[in-house]
Design a protein around this ligand. Structure first.
Ligand SMILES: *[C@@H]1O[C@H](CO)[C@@H](O)[C@H](O)[C@H]1NC(C)=O
Ligand SMILES: *[C@@H]1O[C@H](CO)[C@@H](O)[C@H](O)[C@H]1NC(C)=O
Ligand SMILES: *[C@@H]1O[C@H](CO)[C@@H](O)[C@H](O)[C@H]1NC(C)=O
Ligand SMILES: *[C@@H]1O[C@H](CO)[C@@H](O)[C@H](O)[C@H]1NC(C)=O
Ligand SMILES: *[C@@H]1O[C@H](CO)[C@@H](O)[C@H](O)[C@H]1NC(C)=O
Ligand SMILES: *[C@@H]1O[C@H](CO)[C@@H](O)[C@H](O)[C@H]1NC(C)=O
Length: 469
C-alpha cells in the first residue's frame, strides 16, 4: 500500500517534470517549465509596455488569450545609478544573468510554484529594493525555487518602473486575478520588500483601507515610509526636461515632447553627473503624506506585519580590513565573492578594493540598503552553497521558514518565543534573530526590550508598534 503510493507519486512527479502545465491567465496561456519539482513562469507580461504615450502614465493591464512561452526572466526597467562611479552597485543590483538587458518595456512578473499540490497555497509577493532608482526582479538572488520547493508556498516577483512609479499596484491585482490558476489562494497573499521595497510595502498598507487590500499581511525588511514631503521640488525634473531638449513650460506640451525622447537618452541623463534625484510624489492616492497618522486613525489596511532591521547596519563602514573575502562574507553574506569583485576594480589590490567598496557604500547611504540586501539571499535560499558554512545554511533555512510560517498564518508567532506586540506592554517587543550565532529555528528568537537595541530607527519602530493591530 505504502509502496504503491510512493510509486504513484514518483510517477506523478516525473509526468509533471516532463510536461509543465499550461496555465490560463489574463496575460495569456502560460507555458512555463518544471525543474526539481518546482514550476516556474518567468517574464510574464502583466502590463502594456509603458512606452511612448504610456510613458509615466499609470500602468494598463496586458490582456491576452494567446500561448506565451514564459521561461526567461524579463529585462530590468531603466536603471538610475546616480553615483555613476560605482561599478559595484551595478554589479550587485543590476546583474541578472538571464538576460542582463535593461529596457523601458520591463513590466514583467515571475511565479514559482510547487509542481504538484492538492490544496490552495499561501502566496508571497516580493518587492526588491534599490532606492526606487535601480534594482530588478531578475536578480539570481530573488529566485523563488527554494521557497516553492522547501516551504510549499508560491512566490511572485515583479519589476516596477524606477523613479516615477515606485509603488506599484497592478502586480498585486494580477495576483488576485490569476494566482488561483497556479494553485495559490488570493486570500492568503503576503507582500514582502527590502529597503525601497519595504517602503513600498508600508506605502501599500497605508494606501489601502480596512478590508480592501489585495494582501493579508506585510513583511518590511529595513525601511518603512514615515512621512513624505507633501509639495515636492520639481527642480530635478525641470532640469532633466531641459537637458533632453523639452524646453516648453511644464504642462501637456512638454509632457508630449518628453514622451518622444528616446529611452536611451533618458537613461544617459539620469546616470550622468547632473541628474539629480527623483523622489516619489505625494498624490494622496498611491502615496500619502502621513502614513503613520493614517495607521493610527484606522484609515489603512489593518493587516499583521513584521518590521525589522539588521542589527549591524553600520558594519559596512568598518575600517582596517585587508581580507577581501572575509570582508565580503561579513558585509554581503555570500551575495558576492572576491573573484567576482576584483575585476570591477582593475589595478587595485584587495585593501584598496575594500576601501573603494566602503566608499561606494557610503555614497549609497543609508547602509541598510546594503545590509538588508545581504540578508536577502539567506531568506531566498540563494546564498552560495559551495562556500557557505553549516551555520549559514542553517540560518538560511531558519529565516526562510520564519517568513514562510508568517505567510502561512500571520496571526500566530512564526517561531517559538516570538514576542507579539501587546499595546501598552513594552517589556519585550522585539524579536532578535540569530543572536550570538544561535541559528536553529527552535531557539533563534531572543525576545528583548526594544530600548536595548541601539539602532537609529528605534523611535520609528516604537511608533509602528504602538499602532500595530
Ligand atoms: C481561459 O480563461 C478564460 C476566462 O475564464 C476563458 O474565457 C477561456 O476560455 C480560457 N481559455 C482556455 C484555453 O481554457
Ligand atoms: C521557450 O523559450 C525557451 C527559451 O527561449 C526555448 O528554449 C524554448 O524552446 C521555447 N519553447 C517554445 C515552446 O517555444
Ligand atoms: C549623455 O550624458 C552626458 C552627460 O550628462 C552628455 O554630455 C551627453 O551629451 C549625453 N549623450 C547623449 C547621447 O545623450
Ligand atoms: C538644476 O540645474 C541647475 C542649473 O544647472 C543646478 O544649479 C541645480 O543644481 C540643478 N538642480 C538639480 C536638483 O539637479
Ligand atoms: C595596496 O596598495 C597600496 C598602494 O600601492 C599599498 O600602500 C598597500 O600596502 C597595498 N596593500 C597590500 C596588502 O598589498
Ligand atoms: C507583558 O510582558 C511581560 C514580559 O514579557 C509578560 O510576562 C506579560 O505577560 C505581558 N503582558 C501581556 C498582557 O501580554
Amino acid at each position: 500500500m505504502r509502496i504503491s503510493s510512493v510509486l504513484v507519486s514518483a510517477l506523478y512527479a516525473s509526468i509533471c517534470s516532463a510536461a509543465p502545465a499550461i496555465i490560463n491567465t489574463t496575460s495569456g496561456l502560460l507555458q512555463g517549465s518544471v525543474t526539481n519539482g518546482v514550476s516556474s513562469f518567468k517574464g510574464i507580461r502583466f502590463a502594456q509596455p509603458p512606452t511612448g504615450a504610456l510613458r509615466w502614465e499609470p500602468p494598463i493591464p496586458f490582456i491576452s488569450t494567446r500561448v506565451q512561452n514564459v521561461t526567461t526572466l524579463g529585462p530590468s526597467c531603466l536603471q538610475q545609478f546616480p553615483f555613476a562611479s560605482s561599478a559595484l552597485d551595478q554589479f550587485l543590483f543590476n546583474n541578472p544573468a538571464d538576460p542582463p538587458a535593461e529596457n523601458e518595456d520591463c513590466l514583467f512578473l515571475n511565479v514559482w510554484a510547487p509542481a504538484s499540490q492538492n490544496r490552495k497555497l499561501p502566496v508571497l509577493v516580493w518587492i526588491y529594493g534599490g532606492a526606487l532608482s535601480f534594482g530588478t526582479a531578475s536578480l539570481p538572488a530573488y529566485d523563488g525555487t527554494s521557497f516553492a520547493a522547501n516551504q510549499d508556498i508560491i512566490l511572485v516577483t515583479f519589476n516596477y518602473r524606477t523613479n516615477v512609479f515606485g509603488f506599484p499596484e497592478l502586480a498585486f491585482l494580477w495576483v488576485q486575478d490569476n494566482i488561483a490558476n497556479f494553485g495559490g489562494d488570493p486570500d492568503q497573499v503576503t507582500i514582502m520588500g527590502q529597503s525601497a521595497g519595504s517602503q513600498s510595502v508600508s506605502s501599500a498598507i497605508s494606501r489601502h483601507t480596512s478590508g480592501n487590500a489585495p494582501f493579508r499581511a506585510g513583511i518590511m525588511l529595513s525601511g518603512a515610509q514615515v512621512s513624505m514631503v507633501p509639495i515636492p521640488s520639481f527642480t530635478s525634473f525641470n532640469n532633466f526636461s531641459t537637458a533632453v531638449g523639452c524646453t516648453q513650460a511644464p504642462g501637456p506640451g512638454r509632457l508630449a515632447c518628453l514622451k518622444q525622447v528616446p529611452a536611451a537618452t533618458i537613461r544617459n541623463f539620469t546616470n550622468g553627473p547632473a541628474s539629480g534625484s527623483f523622489a516619489p510624489v505625494v498624490d494622496d492616492v498611491t502615496v500619502f503624506s502621513d502614513p503613520l497618522h493614517r495607521i493610527r486613525t484606522g484609515l489603512t489596511a489593518r493587516v499583521p506585519f513584521i518590521i525589522g532591521n539588521t542589527q549591524d547596519d553600520g558594519s559596512v563602514f568598518a575600517l582596517g580590513l585587508t581580507d577581501l573575502s572575509a570582508f565580503l562574507t561579513t558585509t554581503f553574506a555570500g551575495l558576492v565573492t572576491a573573484d567576482q569583485v576584483r575585476p570591477l576594480y582593475p589595478g587595485l589590490n584587495d585593501s584598496q578594493i575594500i576601501s573603494e567598496i566602503i566608499k561606494d557604500a557610503e555614497f549609497l547611504c543609508p547602509a541598510e540598503l546594503w545590509s538588508g540586501a545581504a540578508v536577502v539571499p539567506e531568506i531566498f535560499g540563494t546564498f552560495i552553497a559551495a562556500t557557505a558554512t553549516p551555520a549559514e545554511a542553517t540560518l538560511s533555512h531558519t529565516m526562510q521558514t520564519l517568513v514562510a510560517n508568517f505567510v502561512k498564518n500571520p496571526t500566530v508567532a512564526p517561531a517559538p518565543n516570538w514576542p507579539k506586540y501587546v499595546p501598552g506592554n513594552r517589556t519585550t517587543t522585539l524579536a532578535k534573530l540569530a543572536y550570538s550565532g544561535n541559528v536553529e529555528a527552535n531557539n533563534v528568537v531572543q525576545s528583548v526590550q526594544s530600548d536595548s537595541i541601539d539602532f537609529q530607527c528605534n523611535a520609528l519602530w516604537n511608533r509602528f508598534l504602538d499602532i500595530r493591530v
